[in-house]
Design a protein around this ligand. Sequence first.
Ligand code: P6P
Length: 343
Amino acid sequence: MKHNPAIEKYVTSIGTTLDRFISLRQQEFPYAKGELSQLLRDIALAAKVVNLQITRSGLLGVEGLAGEQNVQGEDQQKLDVIADIRFIRALTRGQEVCAIISEEDEGMIDTGNHDGKYIVAMDPLDGSSNIDCNIPVGTIFAIYRRKSPVGTPPTIEDVMQKGSQQAAGGYVMYGASCMLVYTTGYGVNGFTYEYSLGEFILSYPNIRIPEDSNIYSINEGYTNQYTQGVKDFLALCHEKKWKGRYTGSMVADFHRTLLKGGIFLYPSSKDAPNGKLRLLYECNPLSYVMEQAGGMAHNGVQRILEIEPRDLHQRAPLVMGSPRMVEKLMQAIYKYANTTETK
Ligand code: P6P
């Protein structure tokens, strides 16, 4: 039935909601019966609630320190704990997840859902020390299929899987707009939260990182501690007058790198020989997204996604971004590969 065109023009499309998108892509998972889709919805629900508390944090009195430290010995922000509770509760009630690893909790969390097929490794609120000054922060998540039989308690082997085993990986960015970006191995898609509808709407379909760029992102305050290869790469950046952009909030730096191209580095240093970023719930999920968008993600020796985990909270040196820029860095590093150059 054709409607009056003079009226049709007032009925603009709202676009594709996350729910509709997931359903349309269900055929990508013939083995799954909707559980992964439900799990992604559970993550989106928790993200909406956390976003609400972040956007009003100055009014709710939830800024600042919680007065505790996490297993990393890092001071927890109140919102770190709130986000941790929100995501654990949403994932537990969704019943698709049998175990959770979180930056904010020392051991594996058994959700009691022993029929759940999936594991989630997450950083509930990365970069949270930046919230008070309104710098974007984010949730980072990796989803794995369990290895132990459904119906039994989860095991440590379920959660200690290489990044290449991820069923899905992504992040929520609480910034100028709230965005959910994820991959299930069929490309990368970004959704923007529409407050008036309470829906994530597809806004960045099939994200591809530019092959090359002139933006580098690293904490140059530690330059004296980096290896000679990294120092040489930084000298190249300065010589070429490339743009330095570093917020100290990984999700914000990652998202800019993904959309504008560039290179993000948190390499090893004298004080942090394994870097700072955690493999299971920061490096792996973002490396999965980066590679699915056509970028590279490396620890200086191998692909991040190939690293065999040894510890729940182990760290990994990380370089990721536009292939041409990552290659330039690797060339600088390999120049010293067989020397005993001091770090
Ligand atoms: P630095 C935040 O604490 C975080 O884990 C990442 O979000 C960020 O990229 C990094 O640490 C910043 O660390 O040592 O540069 O302050």
